[in-house]
Design a protein around this ligand. Structure first.
Ligand SMILES: *[C@@H]1O[C@H](CO)[C@@H](O)[C@H](O)[C@H]1NC(C)=O
Ligand SMILES: *[C@@H]1O[C@H](CO)[C@@H](O)[C@H](O)[C@H]1NC(C)=O
Ligand SMILES: *[C@@H]1O[C@H](CO)[C@@H](O)[C@H](O)[C@H]1NC(C)=O
Length: 544
């Protein structure tokens, strides 16, 4: 009996072994799901991409031009908000800020971040077997459970918020120019004197690896090199691991301070300018990432380049170009019409998608799309279903990317982002070629004009096909206008009702506290890591 039993057991174990082996072979064979590289530029203008310019005079983005020639240029693609944190939160959750709780920017002292009840795209991909890495600016909360490695990323290298939210020893170009970190006074005494003319002077800009500060203040001038080598390492390691991967690269470019490699003449504009040199540096970084990806798994990797919002106009010669989307109705009344506003310059961003053999080469598509669409599109391509307990606002753009379909959003809402109205409110609506404003406002322009906020009832409606500069609103007296305004108004009511009754809505927490400041060593001036390079863990970063 015992012998039979043992034989049975042995057979069982063998079978089991065979089965396990087959499973792992299947897994290795089957998991040829595509890799994803999302490259998000900061404060980039629609006109900064050479191929978006009608005259194509500039030659600042040769690698991106090539990527567009080998892939697809999306010409009516919009960042989900006109400022940083809300845009990033919407990209990673596929939801408007009114649902995901992130309606304005987090600060250096922010205790919390993207609400923990939100489910992120990297988390869903990670759970389904992807290796998930992030390089660059997070800006969705830097403490404990809010940090990237606790929100779905296996690996992280980058800065917790914008590159101007901390001092450095060798400041980059900014307007007004900021001073280097003061190294004479310990941090504990300096906490009170924080912002000097828009410059954050008291806390050094930290560089994180996973949940540790590895450098503070970081060296702005070598950041691009570090990002490039980290990206190359991640892409090459992914092949050895045999896992599909997501790499989310949230670049420091084109946000001030700019720190281009060759010291250009700061007074010039155009190709010899600081901005032009930085643009070319960013473009080379994109080229290096593309080349690493082409070497490793060329026809199985989607690269999607886009921006988080339009140019920061008040930075004058250090701000990008909105191209033809100048928002004339607003600028003729004073103030800027890019970042922080819902004028086209605030959210229409240069966008290129590249996937050889899958995305038809040298094509453009003017489907109305949003950064929120990255979430459902990637999940769909990876065969992952998002949780069904919540509403999403992004749409699956697979047919646009792979099959040239024109199926974009029927309605797309642009949330207020600081220039007018309440943060996050959806008072600007796009449908087809029309765009309606229930409220208008301007950001600070180069020169300091700010304009005034105005409510519009009936709404201002522009025809973007004939008036991309948003100069002259439609006559409100025509039957066409009334039909259009009714249709837009109804849809807006429906969406607001849907959000008001949405039980999955998250509430953002914007409370701030000194103890939340990422600080390598509070006894040192500017929180400097002492000795430099010592790794330091944020309190609570072990929490999962
Ligand atoms: C970050 O985490 C990843 C994944 O666990 C690991 O491979 C990498 O070495 C970590 N980096 C550091 C600096 O600890
Ligand atoms: C990728 O696809 C392109 C276009 O279909 C083809 O020319 C190229 O040889 C492929 N590359 C690899 C590595 O298979
Ligand atoms: C891409 O398209 C443009 C315009 O249609 C054309 O002039 C150019 O030669 C094309 N490039 C390639 C590589 O086919």
């Amino acid at each position: 009996m015992a012998g039979v039993f043992n034989t049975f057991l042995l057979t069982g174990m063998l079978l089991c072994g065979v089965l396990l082996q087959t499973l792992s072979q299947n897994r290795a064979r089957v998991d040829k799901r595509p890799n994803f590289i999302i490259i998000l530029a900061d404060d980039i203008g629609w006109g900064d991409l050479d191929t978006n310019q009608v005259d194509r005079k500039a030659n600042n983005t040769p690698y991106l031009n090539l990527m567009a020639e080998q892939g697809l240029r999306l010409t009516d693609f919009h960042s989900p908000a006109s400022t940083c944190s809300p845009s990033r939160a919407a990209i990673l959750t596929g939801r408007y800020g009114l649902r995901n709780g992130v309606t304005h920017n987090f600060a250096v002292r922010s205790v919390a971040g993207l609400p923990l009840s939100e489910v992120t795209m990297p988390r869903l991909l990670q759970q389904s077997g992807y290796y998930t890495a992030m390089i660059g600016k997070w800006h969705l909360g830097h403490n404990g459970p809010y940090s990237p490695t606790n929100r779905g990323f296996d690996d992280y290298l980058g800065i917790p918020y914008s590159n101007d939210m901390g001092c450095t020893d060798k400041p980059g170009y900014n307007f007004p120019q900021c001073l280097p970190c003061d190294s004479s006074v310990p941090q504990v005494i300096r906490f009170k004197r924080r912002i000097h003319e828009g410059c954050y002077s008291s806390v050094g800009l930290p560089l994180f690896e996973n949940s540790s500060i590895v450098e503070q203040p970081l060296d702005l001038w070598t950041l691009t090199e570090r990002y490039t080598s980290a990206a190359t390492r991640i892409i090459h390691n992914a092949r050895e691991r045999g896992q599909p991967y997501l790499l989310y690269m949230a670049l420091a470019h084109m946000h001030v301070p700019l720190a281009p490699p060759v010291p250009p003449d700061a007074r010039r504009t155009g190709d010899g300018s600081v901005y032009g040199a930085s643009l070319r540096e960013m473009d080379s970084l994109v080229g290096a990432v593309k080349s690493a990806s082409d070497d490793v798994d060329q026809n199985n990797t989607l690269i999607w380049f886009t921006g988080d919002n339009g140019p920061w106009e008040k930075k004058c010669q250090y701000a990008g170009s909105v191209g033809p989307f100048v928002g004339k109705w607003q600028t003729s009344r004073g103030g800027g019409s890019a970042k922080r506003t819902t004028w086209e310059g605030g959210h229409r961003v240069p966008t290129v998608a590249y996937w050889p053999g899958k995305i038809p080469a040298n094509t453009t598509n003017s489907a109305l799309l949003s950064g929120m669409d990255i979430f459902p599109t990637l999940l769909s391509l990876a065969g992952v279903s998002p949780p069904t307990d919540r509403h999403y606002d992004g749409i699956d753009a697979t047919n646009v990317l792979l099959r040239g379909k024109q199926t974009g959003h029927e309605f797309l809402f642009h949330p207020n982002s600081g220039a007018a109205g309440t943060f996050g409110d959806l008072q600007t609506v796009r449908t087809g070629k029309h765009k309606a404003f229930y409220i208008t406002g301007a950001a600070e322009s180069c020169g300091g004009a700010t304009g005034t906020q105005q409510l519009h009832d009936p709404p201002l409606i522009f025809d973007l096909e004939h008036d991309e500069a948003e100069e002259t609103p439609l006559d409100t007296g025509t039957p066409e206008y009334r039909a259009l305004a009714d249709r837009i108004g109804r849809r807006r009511e429906e969406l607001l009702w849907d959000i008001a009754t949405d039980t999955s809505v998250s509430i953002g927490d914007y409370s701030a506290d000194e103890s939340a400041v990422p600080c390598c060593d509070p006894t040192q001036a500017a929180c400097r890591c002492h000795p430099p390079g010592r790794a330091w863990e944020l309190p609570g970063s072990h929490k999962d």
